[in-house]
Design a binder for this molecule. Sequence first.
Ligand code: HGY
Ligand code: MN
Ligand code: MN
Length: 415
Amino acid sequence: MSESRIRIDRIQRDIEELAKFSCVEGIGCTRFTYTKEWCCARDYIMSEMKKSGLKVYEDPVGIIVGVLEGKDSSKPIVMTGSHFDTVKTGGRFDGMAGTVAALEVARVMKEEGFVPDRNIEFVALPEEEGARFGKGLFGSRAMCGKISDDELNIYKDEKGISFAQAMREYGLDPSKVGEAIREPGSIKAFIELHIEQGPILENEKINIGIVESVAGLRIFDVFVHGRSDHAGNTPLTMRADSFLASAKAVCAGTEKALEIGENTVLTCGYIDVKPGAFNIVTNETHFQIDCRSRSLENVDKVLDEVRKSLDASCTQNLGLSYEIKEKISMKEVPMNENIKKLMEREADNAGISTRRMLSGAAHDAMVMGSICDVAMIFVPSREGRSHVPEEWTDYEDIQKGTELLYRTVKSLASK
Ligand code: HGY
Ligand code: MN
Ligand code: MN
């Protein structure tokens, strides 16, 4: 890469400072929205934004916004940033890389005295992961007016605190969520830098991923009801074993996903069995299915297999029944072609190698795509790992991604 004005030392300091508030060596980072760890990170981000000379405020749902005013603030803005909540025991780069990259772009623009044609907003978003309350992409959904009326009371954390109650305890008014909605047409483009969370860039020794599209996904809660029995004396043919039916369904769905290919994946990351004793056949099993693919049609084929398997188990044993409840459903979202091309030109000029790629992970950019042009920059993940304490991205790679982010945002905001 040609000489870069992006400072690695500041990027590293930001990541390390943010990690101090919520990351424990070997255990990972846990920063849930509106918690004290989250407040520490919020304060750091706001103070860094203020130090760099941005106009800073917190919106009605806790989105941190730093504004670099342009010549004509009536024009649709350019926005960049990412989320700063984490999954439970996750890594220090997921979300933070894009939040910090945006911060560094703001600093450099201010240092250069750059005045854009239109306002640029640098944002840090809450509850993208859904790790605390169970329904993610919250900050971007709030800006796009996609928060359903009842969700703030329905979704609760593991202590039973609802989203609404947590907002009130944090100092926000849940009835004002609607005020976070951005006027249609008020945003020209949203650009998000994010870690790849997969192995491709590292394996192919490519600096940057230009995201083609973000995969479609459906996330379900599945409840299987059976009957408890003695583990020793009850013949296998007589059992209504809710866990066994669940396990068969997850395997059937996984086989189908493998058969389809096209980046189709199925994950069962949460399961709860009752009564939960080694010598009692399970009568209740609640599990979650997270299914993603290049297209939702593929996702639906996989989910059909899951249903077929559960139906077959229920037919074989009348003591079994089940319900499936959809939690989240997002269609695949293509990134803006013109911005992808702009990024490729700018990367070329900067001597940064790129390749186009799918994002299997969900991102706020996929929601923002419903109200503006969107594009994403991926930086490599070491060994492709993420959502784990071992998550790592070299600071040199974040610098390259930030250099491209800077050039892209500057170009979009200069006309
Ligand atoms: O689940 C995801 O894809 C993202 O990490 N929230
Ligand atoms: Mn994540
Ligand atoms: Mn993320």
